[in-house]
Design a protein around this ligand. Structure first.
Ligand SMILES: [Zn+2]
Length: 193
């Protein structure tokens, strides 16, 4: 169990760098780094708020707040995951954790203006960077038996996603090692017969 705790430390470390943007940001593109260790498959992903919600600024209206809740459910609920990830053979991987970081999720309002000063990175009163962009950092952990093929199908749930960019080294940094049409986002699996 030591390995999985290392992974969780890593996931929680990335939570500490909350802010409007967590890494590469291109509307219409999903950024992906896959880590495989022993039986565990970890996906670190970045998704522009635009592609999840259709907006990137503070969800100030009731309509926007409801949109954040309803779209967020499509990312993390266990029943929603089979629409986002496909494994061959089917049932090769079981979800273990789904964890999302975004200023959009931490955003809130105060009735009293003097309490509205942010005290830390999770105390968000305004969403979007200087140019108005924001994103979601997504962390998924699956436990897998032998898996032959891994397909990312976010574009089927979020149709504005047109490309998937893969990064090496388990980090969403630098240049992608591969950029593919979202309908062609397949990668090789792992495991012994
Ligand atoms: Zn943007």
């Amino acid at each position: 169990m030591k390995l999985i705790s290392v992974f969780f430390v890593m996931l929680f470390t990335s939570q500490l760098v909350a802010g409007p943007l967590q890494g590469p940001h291109q509307h219409g593109s999903l950024e992906v780094a896959i880590i495989n260790d022993r039986d565990f498959l970890i996906f670190k992903m970045l998704m522009p708020s635009e592609d999840l919600l259709g907006f990137e600024d503070s969800p100030t209206t009731t309509e926007k707040k409801e949109k954040v809740s309803s779209q967020y459910e499509k990312l993390y609920q266990e029943a929603a995951l089979p629409a986002l990830f496909k494994f061959i053979p089917a049932g090769a991987c079981e979800p273990q954790a789904a964890d999302m970081v975004s200023d959009m999720l931490d955003y809130h309002e105060h009735d009293d203006i003097k309490d509205a000063v942010s005290t830390d990175a999770r105390d968000v009163h305004s969403v979007g960077d200087a140019e108005g962009h924001s994103d979601f950092l997504l962390n998924y952990v699956f436990k897998c038996k032998k898996v032959d093929l891994i397909q990312i199908t976010f574009h089927e749930v979020f149709p504005s996603i047109k490309r998937v960019n893969y990064y090496g080294g388990g980090e969403l940094k630098g240049e992608p090692v591969l950029s593919v049409d979202a309908a062609e986002a397949f990668s090789e699996g792992f495991g012994e017969e």
